[in-house]
Design a protein around this ligand. Sequence first.
Ligand code: GLT
Ligand code: MN
Ligand code: MN
Length: 388
Amino acid sequence: MANFEPDPKLKFTFGLWTVGNIGRDPFGGPVRESISPVEVCNLLGEVGAYGVNFHDNDLVPIDASQAERDRIVRDFKKAMRVNGLVAPMATTNLFSEPVFRDGAFTSNNARIRAYAIQKTMRAMDLGAECGAKIYVFWGGREGTESDATKDPIESIKRFREAINFLCEYSLKQRYGYRFAFEAKPNEPRGHMYFAVTGSYLALIPTLDHPDMCGVNPEFAHETMAGLNFVHHVAQALELKKLFHVDLNDQEMGRYDQDFRFASVNFKSAFFLVKLLEDYGYNGPRHFDSHAYRQSNYADVKNFAAGSMRNYMILREKARRWNADKQIQSLLKQINVEDAGLSKLTKKFSPANAKKLLAEPLNYKKLAQAPLLYEKLDQLTNEVLLGIR
Ligand code: GLT
Ligand code: MN
Ligand code: MN
């Protein structure tokens, strides 16, 4: 029987804002008492997490004095130590305060854009002090309700300028950060800029320091838009740009639910875990989700433990799938190899093109190759449902 205890090598992390979520929604106030960063660390220590991430103001209130800040950071670092936690990622809250109601880096107001960069530099200092090496950018308010209000081309330029500035800051301070951009199609804005992971993958090569920059895709975000999250992650992985990943769950087409990982779409979650494991993703596996509004803190622990356990179970299922003889023989049958033709199509040359044009490839005969995909998918289901 496999052991589903959280494996530290998988770097399971939670944000202060995730297990510390107090259950506020647009229709009702908090349902849980707020708990301090130290208490969050204690909870994460209890469930066996690897690390804890934070926004600047999850840890230090926006109006804290320098002395308060220093005390909070000291207590937090101690709580991390006591609970065997690290802080691999930090980020900036550029969305809660009214000043950011029309965006931060893409605000129409040059003073607000400058404030957003200033706030991020301070938050980067804070993250570095706690050991973070990954810096996430989620543009919560970067977007519009009406495109009368902001020029979308100007917005891209403003965003790029801010990131270029902050890359230089990280280099100058020798923080060693790698930046990870997180896309979302909507919520809280009607339309958010850089709506999908691919939008950031297209932006990155246009930055001054593309090597420092990658992505932080979130399961719920592509899923909200009805897209295939696994394919977006695959593109990032293939480009070596998957710096971080936000695991949670979401029903398609609904409000931003941030459910426990694999609680709804466990088949997609399975293919995601299989992708990350098969291709050796080595970064943190961050659960950006929160417990149901009905839960108390005892149940929040169940939520956190369940998130990690689901990953561990799906990892075991992926192993089982890879080791299944029938599945493997079907895969072999589907993936028709032809060494001679592959040599021709690998790279264009006038000679290869000439040879390829002369090949007697018959589309009617080619169409006869069997594709037993019903069989393969059913076997996949049986692995997932526990009878294989
Ligand atoms: C917020 C958002 C997340 C982002 C976080 C980082 S904050 O909870 O919904 O998707 O990852 O800013
Ligand atoms: Mn989300
Ligand atoms: Mn997220």
